[in-house]
Design a protein around this ligand. Sequence first.
Ligand code: DIG
Ligand code: MN
Ligand code: MN
Length: 389
Amino acid sequence: MSDQYAPKPEHKFTFGLWTVGNPGRDPFGPPTRPHLSPVEIVQLLGEVGAYGVNFHDNDLVPIDATPAQHDQIVKDFKKALADTGLKVPMATTNLFSDPAFKDGAFTSNDPRVRAYALSKTMKAMDLGVELGAKVYVFWGGREGVETDAAKDALEAGKRFRDALNFLTHYARDQKYDLKFALEAKPNEPRHDIYLPTTGSFLGFIETLDHPEMVGVNPEVAHEHMSGLNFMHAVAQAWDAGKLFHIDLNDQAFGRYDQDLRFGSHSIKSNFFLVKFLEDVGYPGMRHFDSHAYRTEDVEGVKDFARGSMRSYLIYKEKAKRWNEDKEIQALVKEVADVPTDGLPAIDGYSKKTADALKGFAFDRIALGARGLQYEKLDQLTIEVLLGVR
Ligand code: DIG
Ligand code: MN
Ligand code: MN
């Protein structure tokens, strides 16, 4: 019997090279797993049933590779993609590991570093497009400060805008079919990272030369680090037509960026996130930007990858149950189903409507006295999640 929670290409599950390739290093200890080459990672993702693989330039081609090494690595990677059928939907640049970027890349105080970041990003865009990427992510991990004495926040924002404008013009000049997706994070590795939330980026995008090319790549862990409701950030991005990509993982509030296996911690918020994505028909990639526990060997990494995709599909099935549960849907309908006789109809603004609303006798006591049955509705939701409905 086929497993209803087995991943299929149409689910569009993707992983970055750096995710299943994470060697288990953390700030307090060395790697616990052997290094996997890009080819070995592609083969692993093919084995577990992923649709695609994403990469930072230097996940694939080491920063000090010779041109001949670059060409061989790309050739081998393309063969692994052909052998497994995996796609490359997204690419990005590592502008955070090399010490040159220790004070930021696009926002660095050093104009040479800012110029190097543009050059490195253009070459990485070229490689991403060559391998089929249609979305290009920008995560400004080092775009921030430990002390605001170091940098004028307005100037930093201007530098970031100038860099993104330059790169959207480059993509247009190259006639790349590429959309940019900006990924927010409030802190780590910097004390404070500029543009810390998805909402910050949604406002920033409108100040760019080509806002139509630029959207967001919200990450669960990063909005949770700010103590925010991730699905609300995603809903705002979707409403703005800017949900170009998404980084799925999990995260306990108030902690460092845990990048946990999707669905493994925040059960209820994961449910409402998957329900939202499926209800609106989000067409993009379901990218797992996360990694296995440091305790795991390579078989444990496969368990992590399989669990990420399986959990998404289980939450998807729970969302279908919730949408089809007669008692739940009756409660959802009932809460909005109220007598409005005599209430002025509001269909946009008009002087007539404004006067009618100002003149209407509202019974605020009755409005406040009404019971909304959200305890029952949430209990039924929990029972769907606990598998008793
Ligand atoms: C971290 O959450 C960031 C980097 O891994 C990468 O630049 C981006 C891609 O999804 N996410
Ligand atoms: Mn993260
Ligand atoms: Mn991410």
